[in-house]
Design a protein. Structure first.
Length: 211
């Protein structure tokens, strides 16, 4: 049932976590294998259960003494959503609405789940990441910025009106860029330099879904 692995850290994503004590810090498509590696934080020694998009347990792993865990799924296709729950050493089960959303095909629209803390990964190809008015504390792990071959982040016009408004609220934090939309809504772009973000990397619509 489980394809779980012993916990391991991912230093590149260490400063970007959806939850403070139970959440995701890693969501990565493993190339042609079409498996997904997930990782995050939990209570040290806790059993972390991985859930599919229907809430079914697909496997489990154990958080190490630093509270870090990692898990590799079986082969998947299309846009996949994963959740987690944690059983602590005291036997108490804790849940979270944090979600990992991973694309596998390329050219996909990765839709944020409103009001939840999500980690998003486009996987292969060039993708569009779409955010509504309330998107929580979110992370994109593999955004491709700049001109030429690039990806797009789409914000609602009520969040940001244009590129200048986005950049006025974008801050370099270590190796990541954090875009702060206020009221607890932040988007962290892992491994990105602020200077690499160009106007073509953003779109703005009144409706959260592109036409």
């Amino acid at each position: 049932m489980s394809n779980g692995n012993s916990a391991a850290s991912n230093k590149k994503n260490a400063t970007a976590t959806t939850g403070d004590d139970l959440g995701f810090s890693l969501a990565k498509l493993n190339g042609k294998a079409s498996t997904v590696t997930l990782g995050g934080v939990a209570e040290a020694g806790a059993t972390v259960s991985i859930l599919d998009g229907r809430g079914n347990v697909i496997g489990s792993t154990t958080a190490d003494r630093n509270g870090e865990w990692q898990f590799k799924t079986g082969k998947v296709s299309g846009i996949q959503s994963f959740g987690i729950s944690m059983t602590g050493r005291d036997g108490i089960v804790r849940t979270t609405t944090d979600t990992a959303i991973v694309g596998t095909m390329g050219g996909e629209i990765i839709q944020d789940v409103s009001g939840q803390d999500n980690i998003l990964s486009g996987g292969q190809g060039i993708d569009r990441f779409v955010f509504g008015n309330v998107f929580g504390r979110d992370i994109i792990t593999d955004f491709i910025p700049g001109y030429g071959t690039h990806e797009v982040i789409q914000f609602n016009l009520n969040t940001f009106s244009d590129y200048a408004a986005v950049m006025a609220n974008a801050t370099q934090v270590g190796n990541n860029v954090v875009i702060d939309a206020g009221n607890g809504n932040t988007l962290t772009l892992v491994g990105i330099q602020r200077a690499d973000l160009k106007d073509v990397n953003f779109a703005f619509f009144g409706d959260p879904l592109p036409m």
